[in-house]
Write a protein that binds this ligand. Structure first.
Ligand code: H79
Length: 461
């Protein structure tokens, strides 16, 4: 008898510890990551031979730059101000829990010390050092997790990478390697991808995520083989859906918001400016409040925000990122409890009656992308939940009194409603229409996005 209960106890304890260390749980609790796009395109910064280029970090493709010429950019790339510790501290201060670094973008240039391809930052640039080594160390020191971006189905340096989108050879290097029919994807996978993935998962300590991009023509067998390599080397490493063929651990939405709660793990990657890589003509970045709105929207629907930064030629974050990092720092210091470790509630949110007409999430997002300033802001609420606590994230609601109709007097026994950032009590009552909030103006001041903490009596969700 005694033996059985001890066994049971041991079993329960190990279940608990598995749960606490579950990387997927960690990912879903973390909510906010920083994407870093850094490569040879950061050196040219949107300009080639005195002319602005099309295609941002894709300009090699858009301008059909011969590989031999493109490779010369490396001769000038000397990011002497790169300071991994500074990158990681900036991110950490802003409430960011993980960083995803571009080890190889579509141009095929490795931004780390690769032994299996000379086309890399150590071999080809005057900098001649491995920034990933320093970044991995800084991440470990600061307790920020590290993920690695790797462009899978496109590589404009390798002769064996066919593509078929938006038409045959649509994303291939056809100017250096015109014979699309002779391209053998397996040769590229064996020669470059597998050896590089092995290096990345062997030489840099714990890698929390492998973030693939654009699987293109990668087959199910190839995706599976890559997955096996990764999970063999680092069983805890999560893989995003762009490993292809439905074999990822979490899905990706790029430059968009979701219009609904998604139950399975997901992440939205979003730029601060227009481009992913540094671009000197990309000067107007999104308003910090808009990006905080994006974060709250994403979290209310069960996702993470991977917010992108494009460091410049010298290795510094553009100055326009400063107000954004500062705003995240401030807002998350006050309101992080409503974000980290939460899950969606029964609805993601609701709009709050005013005389401004509702716009779709898409429109709101694109206004932010192309104009830089928030407009058509809809006063609304986003909800998150932790146990018996519901967080109502009140966004740009001009009125001091309003009703949150997602609450019902029949099912929700409200114990208290407080302003999260200082614990001040709100004036509230449950009516047949929902949770009525009165006179918030004087309590919340003119903070555009504030959080009400609503404690419920029992776990009825
Ligand atoms: O790495 C980032 C992008 O470079 C990559 N995925 C993210 C994470 C990506 N590859 N393809 N696409 C995105 C889709 C194509 C986007 C485009 Fe464009 C929009 C091509 C032309 C307009 C991006 C923006 C490239 C040029 C401008």
């Amino acid at each position: 008898m005694r033996k059985i209960s001890l066994t049971l106890l041991a079993g329960a304890l190990s279940a608990l510890s598995v749960c606490a260390n579950d990387p997927m749980q960690w990912f879903q609790d973390a909510k906010l990551g920083m994407f870093v796009h850094w490569g040879l395109y950061s050196q040219t910064a949107g300009e080639w031979k005195g002319h602005p280029t099309r295609g941002g970090e894709h300009f090699m493709l858009y301008e059909r730059i011969p590989l031999k010429e493109y490779a010369l950019i490396a001769n000038d790339f000397n990011p002497t101000e790169f300071d991994a510790e500074k990158w990681v501290k900036t991110a950490k201060d802003a409430g960011i829990k993980y960083i995803v670094y571009t080890t190889k973008h579509h141009d095929g240039f490795a931004m780390y010390d690769s032994k299996c391809s000379d086309y890399n930052i150590v071999k080809r640039t005057p900098y001649a050092k491995d920034p990933l080594k320093e970044l991995a160390e800084a991440c470990r020191k600061e307790g920020v997790k590290l993920g690695l971006y790797y462009s899978l189905g496109r590589d404009w340096e390798d002769p064996d990478v066919p593509t078929n989108w938006p038409e045959k050879a649509g994303r291939s290097n056809t100017w250096d390697f015109p014979d699309e029919d002779s391209k053998q994807l397996p040769r590229y996978i064996e020669r470059k991808v597998k050896p590089q993935i092995k290096e990345l998962l062997t030489n840099y300590g714990e890698i929390a995520f492998m973030w693939f991009d654009t699987p293109e023509l990668v087959t199910e067998t190839q995706s599976r083989e890559l997955r096996d390599i990764i999970k063999t080397l680092q069983p805890e490493c999560l893989i995003n859906s762009r490993i292809g063929n439905g074999l990822g651990d979490y899905s990706i939405i790029e430059q968009k918001l979701s219009d609904k709660i998604i139950e399975s793990p997901w992440e939205a990657c979003i730029t601060m400016g227009k481009n992913w890589g540094y671009n000197q003509f990309d000067t107007v970045y999104k308003a910090p409040d808009m990006l905080i709105r994006n974060l709250t929207d994403i979290v209310s629907k069960g996702g993470n925000l991977l917010l992108n930064v494009g460091p410049n030629q010298k290795g510094c974050f553009p100055e326009q990122t400063r107000p954004i990092f500062d705003a995240f720092n401030k807002w998350l210091s006050d309101n992080g409890e409503a974000i980290y470790g939460t899950r969606p509630w029964r609805v993601f949110g609701e709009s709050v009656a005013t005389d401004i007409t509702e716009e779709s999430a898409q429109t709101e997002f694109h206004d932010a992308v192309f104009d830089g300033t928030p407009k058509n802001i809809v006063p609304d609420v986003r909800y998150t939940r932790k146990n018996n606590t519901i967080y109502a994230i009140v966004r740009n609601v001009p009125s001091a009194s309003y009703t949150l109709s997602a609450f019902s007097p029949k099912t929700d026994k409200v114990k208290s409603v407080t302003l999260l950032k200082n614990g001040n009590k709100a004036d509230w009552r449950l009516t047949k229409d929902g949770l009525q909030i009165n006179g918030m103006g004087s309590i919340a001041g003119n903070t555009p996005i504030y959080v009400l903490r609503v404690d419920l009596e029992s776990d009825e969700q």
